[in-house]
Write a protein that binds this ligand. Sequence first.
Ligand code: ZN
Ligand code: FE
Length: 257
Amino acid sequence: MSRIEIIQFKYLSDNYGVLLHDKHNKKTVAIDAGDETSYNTALDAQGWQLSEIWVTHHHWDHTDGIQGLYERWQCKVIGPAKDSTVPIAHLSQGITEGNSFLFADSTVKVIHTPGHTLDMINFYLPSENILFSGDTLFSLGCGRVFEGDMNMMYNSINKISALPDKTTIYCSHEYTQANGKFAINVEGDNNSLIARINQVEELIAANKPTIPTILELEKQTNPFLRTSSTSIRNKLGLKNASEVEVFSALRTAKDNF
Ligand code: ZN
Ligand code: FE
């Protein structure tokens, strides 16, 4: 049995925070820290003490709580070593592609997935089969390309799709329902997608999260992981285009959807 306990909670309008707790050493990690109060409420509800924050990228909805949490907990802040267009407060360990470190005796691999921002870091725990994908991969969608370019984002999404199918993915936003509306518009004949959308409707109606998701399910349903789909290519009029051209057309279409 894993010695890591995980809880997920909502903050702001559609962000997800996650706490990872090491049951042996009683250490606790926050994935991002966009809102001090929500994170402290979640920690206090568990009776956990914050020891580390792992920051995915510099956007305010992921970082605004760092200052306050640092003041209360004197925690370590681990995040992107470079390319943050806004500096990460109290950064104590800068990380980059290929780095790894330990939490609860589990290896944490650092995957750089630029595109949404240039500094975006994803955290992968192979022994737990868990990925924290930040604003790179969402369920049924992907992040908007703000700082990078389409080629960069496509390569980043490919790094994620190369992970094992059974990987559990925690992303940072509850966007699944809206993403599903776009996905079904570009691939209306995908039965796995229809089933996932029905499941998502039920979860939302019951006020339950659609996150985490599983990579295998995303490969079957997420258009941004399905750039070779004949039906998507026909819909976009890009039968013989390259994968990155299809990806780029999908991202642009979603921006205007
Ligand atoms: Zn963001
Ligand atoms: Fe965000």
